[in-house]
Design a protein around this ligand. Sequence first.
Ligand SMILES: *Cc1c(COP(=O)(O)O)cnc(C)c1O
Length: 609
Amino acid sequence: MEHKAVNALFLGPKSENYPVFKQMLGYMMDDYAEWRRGFHPDDPLVITPSDQEEEGFQATVREMRQVLVELAGLLQMTSVPWFSPRYLGHMTADTLMAANLGYMLALLYNQNNVAYEGSPGTTGLELETGRQLAAMMGYDPAQSWGHLTAGGTIANYEGLWLARNLKSIPHALRRTVPELVAGLDDWALWNLSPASILDLLEQAKQMGCFEQVRAHSVRGQGIPAGGLGKVLVPQSKHYSWVKAMDLLGLGQERLIQIPVQDDYRMDLESLRVTLEALLESHTPVLAVVAVVGTTEEGAVDGVYRIADLRDEFSKRGLSFWLHIDAAYGGYVRSAFLDAQGSFMDLPQMREELQESLSDWPSDHIYQAYQAISRSDSITVDPHKLGYIPYPAGAFLARDRRVVELISYFAAYVFEEAEDNPQLLGSYILEGSKPGAAAAAVWVAHRLVPLHWGGYGRLIGSSIGGARQFYRSLLEQPLFSANGRNYLVLPLTEPDLNIVVYAFNEQGNADLEVMNALNQRICEHGFRPTGPLLSSDFILSKTSLEQKEYRDTPLAFLRRFGIPEEEWRRVGSVFVLRSCVVTPFLARGATFETYWGTFRQSMTKALETL
Ligand SMILES: *Cc1c(COP(=O)(O)O)cnc(C)c1O
């Protein structure tokens, strides 16, 4: 079958598919119980029926039930109903039934992917999903390296960790095997390309100097007094990059934040000017990070231009590691791939996608996704647009030799038994980690393939829903309540499926009043006290701060008639944010229903002001 029925993938907002789920869960549990019994079936029972009749036993079981019922109650009182199309808030929606079941099943086997002995099955699944994700991103699965992490944050740390260690290798070579870098001055050593550093490291290995080189790199010696260069991120970056600079000892002051444009994509003219200045002053650049799907706006940076700049500056003597933070937007690349995994041409792609996506992707989005494969490493989160339960992030590197930079034992990862590292924990940032998460990702990828007919269709529905929501905001921007008129405006046309917008009373030019209005609207929908199921319509929110975004939000405010002085005075705009992750909104009748519900809830909120 070419594409999957999205309706069959989730439990459903009304638990419509509960019979399927329950049947499968029951089957899995029965099967698992049999599996235990099947291990030396002749061994005697350890817990006997008469043990089970004892009062103490019975009391303990009753207590267990009570505690679990208490937990169920707590969860029902406090959990956010992600599954409902009335939830258009954070980057969260229902998770795939198959992934949940796969997780639950593997959980029973309690696999620990840190080491092969603890997870002979699920370590393999983790590496297989790593290869699948690498292929989705356009990396050669035979040359690249991919594994799961607890999330995008950890994958970002790992990317910067590798880039950091790599940057220090050429100088370590000069100290240990100088003949390998003969004739290269200091500046040239700072600017060897990632591939050529890895080639040199391989030569050092063949000469038997590998451990010595690593000991003289940052790994053994710490950060040199002058640092290891700057890290460039867009202002729209996830805050894990700021934490990473601290954690890896690089120093937050060496993080340069490149402004974003009015569309919240990295301003590439500004990136160029910054790189020129760094080249001019002979300041090394450790890494440049591009974001594919910013956390706040879902904006997609111009990866194709950034990769061009990397190539151009590398020729001019300034070389750096290019990391793509696609924690959020990574899975969207599946929509660009045909069933063989080839990146489709644009007309073919438009044909394959659903009608609701006739105006997506733009050339910019298309080219950005195509160019992801030109990076050195990538972060992608299965627990975001993979619709897989936590914890599931992933780190991918184009050149698998990079594991040598961080491994704690000689890396036989790829040599001994193809793709069966005995000790995954020695090549990654984390230690003990759930094999169940890998099982969930693997099951999901098996059922929903990483091409247009699988995830592409699923995520396409979510993008379709977001676009309908965006268009509806544009077409019906006026709300009235208690005789007052309000205007709602989207911040930008969404690149993916995140719609950011704000309300303002017509005629109001006071930014503080506008901010308070949006805050009240958000709070009206979301009741953090009392049962969340009584919430009307749940949105998320964010503040675009001047210290973070400089003057980018000003263009948005001007459309509301808020003058520049107000922006200068207040320095922050409170906006509403709807990640339309649910695939169900895109369906015609469903959309009409929930758009009506949205308008009613917003009007109700405005009436209570
Ligand atoms: C969510 C996100 C992260 C962090 O991922 P976690 O899984 O929450 O650790 C990093 N970068 C971007 C762009 C994100 O959207």
